[in-house]
Design a protein around this ligand. Sequence first.
Ligand code: CMC
Length: 430
Amino acid sequence: MASSSLTVTDNRTGKQYEIAIKDGAIRALDLRQVRVSENDFGLLSYDPGFTNTASCRSAITFIDGEKGVLQYRGYPVEQLAEKTGFLETAYLIVHGELPTRAQLDHWADEITRHTMVHENVKKFMEGFRHDANPMGMLVSTVAALSTFYPDAKNVQDQALRQLHTVRAIGKVATLASFAYRHTLGYPYVYPDNDLSYTGNLLNMLFKMAEPRYKISPVIERALDVLFILHADHEQNASANTMRSVGSSLPDPYSALAGAIASLSGPLHGGANEAVIRMLQQIGSVDKVPDFIRRVKGGEAGRLMGFGHRVYRSYDPRARIIKQMADQVFAVTGTNPLLDVALELERIALQDDYFLSRRLYPNVDFYSGLIYQAMGFPVDMFPVLFAIPRTVGWMAQWIEMMQDSEQKLMRPRQIYIGPPRRDFVPMEKRG
Ligand code: CMC
């Protein structure tokens, strides 16, 4: 008997089965042989929320949730945040290796050249209501990109996959800033090829009538670090959406729009926005104990920015962001909600409710405080998450397209509805 296997006895029949274990997993399809009769469909695994199901083999991001470890292509995120720029990490995530100087220059040049959008995209955006939510605008305009690039449907073409990856990373920043300017009623600012990725984004967002918008190097670097920390996070809800939509082989912009929609929810990338609203609702440090009491009693919803499906310890991204906050606040002035957040963390991390469930601050707990200090309105926070995560989504999509084991993603269900019955004419119903 092979040592890397599982022996299972089906107590319904007394039969034994040997199921191979590879990389700490069994293949769900191997359960199909476990049957009570010839006509039996075979055993299924039932896993709502995919809490214990691996959907793919991936070489992009590694997380050890117990130890609070996050690595892109094997490199610890702490080292990447300290020593690289966003586009360098983006190259690593998409291509698998850190770039040489020439490769990085070429990559940055390509992405910069693809930040321009067709003038019709601008007209398209002008059609949104003046107070449209920027995340909703981003979902729609990214989906609309597929109509501007019909060749994106050729998803089996590896060179085109690379081209559209560069395009998506370049254009998402422009679309995000157009969405922001639209909510303010300000004219859109076109990309400036002389600036860095994050410098250009800041320019497109905040430039007013001045001939040259002065970018703070501290804010530019902080945004770079925030973008590195948000660039990928293995099979999270939105990456899974990207793969799931992509598995029926539509163009990548359609899949990307689905991923952004998934990110927008408060349990995922919308949590950074929800944290600020929660802190505003709490109002002051003295109200924190009562708020925690109400969360525990189920009266105040969840403690937003706390807890994670994979991390059962402090999210390493939250630790870096918390350390960086002081540098940003030195330039922007502090965020008055910081004291409320620190007190919330202090009390929660002493409380048995949170300790026993292993709920610690996640990436969204402190990022919103920084974005707010930088001058962003709260409904832009999820958009600021979507920009760098586009790198991860595209890398996940490319990896899926190259994986010969991947198939149309189509889960099974356990049917619990009525058994077969005959149609009842209207006059005989009810
Ligand atoms: N506040 C209070 N209780 C919580 C929280 C929270 N933030 N998170 C989980 N719990 C409780 C939950 O009520 C449950 O308690 P019980 O066992 O008594 O029923 C237990 O902890 C386990 O929760 P779960 O819902 O089974 O865990 P999950 O893995 O499905 O949830 C989560 C993960 C992120 C959805 C959840 O922790 C949550 O809702 N957090 C708040 C939203 C948030 O900050 N999301 C951002 C995630 S990180 C950024 C990203 O990748 O998008």
